[in-house]
Design a binder for this molecule. Structure first.
Ligand SMILES: N[C@@H](CCC(=O)N[C@@H](CS)C(=O)NCC(=O)O)C(=O)O
Length: 220
């Protein structure tokens, strides 16, 4: 049984929980971070000296950094599925995980941060507009990749889909301008059909920072 530490609405926790759900791993999630607090206790800092979420504990093995956790769980429990059997397919999936971190997050996340994590009086709508425009352009890379395949690294779901796929719920739910991206829309629809995605990645975040915190306190 795996223990996961982290509030349900954290983007980094969402990746881990979706992976756990896809692999059907027996688990317990502990609500820490955000309004739940608990990250500055000695007990938590012994697990994760950064005082950040997520952290997992698997039979005494403790790991933090969400991408490392997704890779570990995929390899340990998803060999041949989330962790492809072929080294080149695994590397391709890994490439898209890194791309999500190095390119997509910096481009898109300001839109989410401004609209949902910032109070209305402090919002900068120019940043939202720029983030939406730049993300639409950047996503053409994924649009072209998905032209001949169902998932990011081929025709089946791999760990390569997890970080970007998890963010697609935010991308398609936020009130922002989006270009037509038919291949991405079909991929997103396939993700939305998956029970694990519905359960762990489609976490409601409201329409404002007040709604965000209310949902967080309710356990989202
Ligand atoms: N690179 C780390 C980032 C961890 C991180 O920044 N976590 C945020 C949540 S998204 C955090 O712990 N924030 C403090 C809090 O939620 O209270 C990872 O991917 O795990």
């Amino acid at each position: 049984m795996i223990n996961i530490y982290g509030r349900r609405n954290s983007s980094q926790v969402i990746q881990v929980m979706w992976t756990i759900g896809e692999l059907g791993i027996d688990h317990v999630r502990h609500n820490v971070g955000g309004t739940f607090g608990g990250l500055d206790t000695d007990e938590y800092q012994n697990l994760n000296p950064n005082g950040l979420i997520p952290t997992i504990e698997d039979s005494g093995f403790v790991l933090w950094e969400s991408y490392a956790i997704v890779r570990y769980l995929s390899r340990q429990y998803g060999e041949g599925s989330l962790w492809p059997a072929n080294a080149q397919e695994t590397a391709r999936a890994d490439q898209w995980m890194e791309w999500t971190n190095s390119r997509f997050m910096d481009t898109f996340f300001p839109a989410f941060w401004q609209l949902i994590r910032t109070t209305i009086e402090n919002q900068d709508l120019e940043k939202v507009k720029k983030a939406a425009t730049d993300t639409g352009v950047l996503l053409q890379i994924i649009e072209n990749t998905l032209a001949g395949q169902k998932y990011i690294a081929g025709n089946s779901l791999t760990m390569g889909d997890i970080p970007l796929g998890a963010m697609m719920f935010k991308y398609f739910t936020l009130d922002i301008e989006r270009p037509s991206l038919p291949n991405i829309e079909s991929w997103y629809a396939r993700l939305c059909d998956r029970e694990a995605y519905q359960q762990h990645a489609m976490v409601p975040f409201g329409k404002s920072s007040d709604e965000w915190f209310a949902l967080e306190r309710a356990g989202a």
